[in-house]
Design a protein around this ligand. Structure first.
Ligand SMILES: CC(C)(COP(=O)(O)OP(=O)(O)OC[C@H]1O[C@@H](n2cnc3c(N)ncnc32)[C@H](O)[C@@H]1OP(=O)(O)O)[C@@H](O)C(=O)NCCC(=O)NCCS
Length: 150
């Protein structure tokens, strides 16, 4: 189910055919959490997720990806706004669109990992884990280097 939201000359869309994979890969490969990710890995992860593109006219200026079963759990990942468009509320608007999306709004548990944007997500009700000792991870990458999850 595709959805579009608009704010001035900006648009958020869940239409995957609009996504500029080259621009998304170009940004993600230089982030701390997806450093050197391959184009194919980005393409596959997008194919298997619910994705949100942020556009100014036809240019992709932001992105987020949600890994989910639409009921019990959703993992929010790869969220960014291009540097030239930061500081004007686009990330907050993108989060509103994601959390109110009809396919996602009944999800019981959201998780995300971030190095420094906690205050952004706190505005939407995200909190630190209550019982981190109940969570376990199995990491197939170089721990701490190539992941947001530590
Ligand atoms: C984080 C990011 C998405 C914010 O995008 P943005 O469009 O500039 O954010 P907004 O203008 O919607 O505002 C963000 C709000 O969160 C706050 N905030 C908290 N931590 C922040 C952080 N690390 N970076 C940016 N804003 C942050 C801002 O102060 C602002 O609050 P305010 O409205 O009270 O002033 C953007 O800086 C980005 O893409 N950064 C690089 C990628 C990244 O780190 N992504 C997050 C990975 S989990």
């Amino acid at each position: 189910l595709k959805r579009d939201y608009s704010m001035g000359s900006f648009m958020v869309s869940t239409d995957k055919s609009r996504l500029d994979l080259k621009a998304i890969h170009g940004f993600l490969k230089d982030t701390y959490w997806a450093k050197d990710i391959s184009f194919e890995a980005v393409r596959k992860s997008i194919r298997e997720s619910l994705c949100f593109g942020v556009y100014k006219e036809d240019e992709l200026v932001g992105f987020a990806r949600v890994i989910t079963d639409h009921v019990a759990f959703a993992y929010l990942v790869d969220l960014f706004i291009l540097e030239t468009h930061r500081g004007r509320g686009l990330a907050k608007w993108l989060l509103e669109c994601i959390l109110s999306n009809p396919e996602l709004r009944d999800v019981r548990m959201w998780l995300l990992a971030t190095r420094d944007a906690h205050a952004l997500y706190k505005k939407f009700g995200f909190k630190p884990l209550t019982h981190p000792e109940r969570f376990m991870r199995l990491s197939k990458t170089d721990v701490n280097e190539n992941t947001n999850m530590g």
